[in-house]
Design a protein around this ligand. Structure first.
Ligand code: BGC
Length: 349
């Protein structure tokens, strides 16, 4: 064997050795990367493939739920004109041991004072406005009866309790103006029901919906032998659309104490050529929960004087001049509690 073939054999073997070494290095490098990745914790918020698929699945679930609710909404029909859930005349009872917790438990579908029927689209959205001060028990009785009553009428509704803070004489009318203005911050309600806290409706055929004309709902009450007090009576519970109430510039703000503000509103309606409609006598029946006249709600001796001037004052005394300070808005399970400082009378009575 000559020198040349011997050398070329050595070179060939060296090449093979080199290739073998190269392969071993590559295999070792791949192994390091794999081990590294398996042991390394997920850093910088990066997600494991498992996490990513869970998140993706949740997202898909959410989207399909949304689509389903949109579909359900568009598939829903408008609630019937006559709700099949109504029961007619109901025997009312007022249990002194009733608690707010009990009423809350009975009205699980009411959220922060608001309810919307689940199986049909309500014909109207109605804000119930209750002026209030120191009448907790009356409020409890009213909530107890009113929530199921309104649900049986298949309404989208919310109950606002407008609570007058301080010791100044009570001002029902101004509280109702505040209720109207504040409730419109939440939703563009179609209809407003101005509701005394001590009157409980006896018949759910008495619709808490607005009509082409302002509606007076209290035709009779137990305390007056279920008779209408007088032809133009517009107190207790009445319903007006957002537009009707706006057109008359709301209630006057200047009636402090008991009486006259409802007559003033009626005069405003008449000036706007509106008329009052009422349900049938047997339907517009209410039970008045007995109470003595409250301190701070003495008879308004100025009311006759004020009423004589309504045709001059209505344009400047009302929604457009209602100044007040909201002290708090609490969204309790069964009602929205707006506590307000409405000021005090300019002149002492
Ligand atoms: C008052 C009204 C009150 C009505 C019924 C009238 O004299 O002015 O405010 O609603 O009596 O009691």
């Amino acid at each position: 064997m000559g020198l040349f073939p011997f050398m070329s054999k050595i070179v060939r073997k060296g090449k093979c050795l080199f290739l073998l070494l190269l392969c071993l290095c590559v295999v070792a490098w791949i192994a390091t990367i794999t081990i590294d990745n398996t042991n390394k914790p997920f850093q910088d918020g990066s997600k494991s493939p498992d996490d990513k698929s869970v998140a993706g699945f949740k997202q898909m679930e959410l989207e399909s739920e949304m689509i389903q609710s949109i579909e359900e909404q568009s598939a829903k029909e408008t609630c019937p004109k006559q709700s099949p859930l109504r029961r007619g005349a109901i025997k009312l009872s007022f249990d002194p041991s009733l608690t707010i917790g009990q009423v809350e438990r009975e009205n699980g579908e009411v959220v922060e004072g608001q309810y919307n029927p689940s199986d049909c689209i309500a014909r109207q959205s109605v804000a119930i406005l209750i002026p209030h001060r120191n009448r907790e028990k009356h409020l409890l009785y009213l909530l107890h009866h009113l929530h199921p009553f309104l649900q049986r009428q298949q309404l989208h509704y919310a109950i606002y309790v407008i609570h007058q803070a301080g010791v100044a004489t009570f001002n029902r009318a101004k509280l109702l103006n505040v209720g109207y203005l504040e409730a419109l911050n939440d939703h563009s309600w179609d209809c407003f029901v101005f509701h005394d806290v001590d009157l409980v409706p006896e018949n759910d055929h008495n619709l808490y919906m607005c009509d082409k004309q302002p509606k007076h709902l209290v035709v009779g009450r137990n305390s007056t032998g279920y008779k209408l007090r007088y032809k133009g009576y517009f107190g207790g519970v009445s319903a007006m659309t957002k537009e009707q109430f706006f057109k008359v510039n709301g209630f006057p703000n200047t009636y402090w104490g008991w009486g006259g503000e409802d007559d003033d509103l009626r005069i405003r309606l008449t000036l706007q050529k509106m008329s009052i409609i009422r349900p049938a006598l047997e339907v517009g029946r209410y039970t008045m929960v007995f109470h003595n006249r409250d301190n701070g709600n003495q008879i308004n001796k100025d009311r006759m004087h004020l009423l004589r001037r309504t045709h001059q004052t209505w344009k400047t005394d009302g929604l457009n001049s209602c100044s007040y300070k909201v002290l708090s808005v609490q969204r309790a399970p069964l009602y929205i509690n707006v506590t307000v400082d409405v000021g005090r009378p300019e002149r002492a009575h």
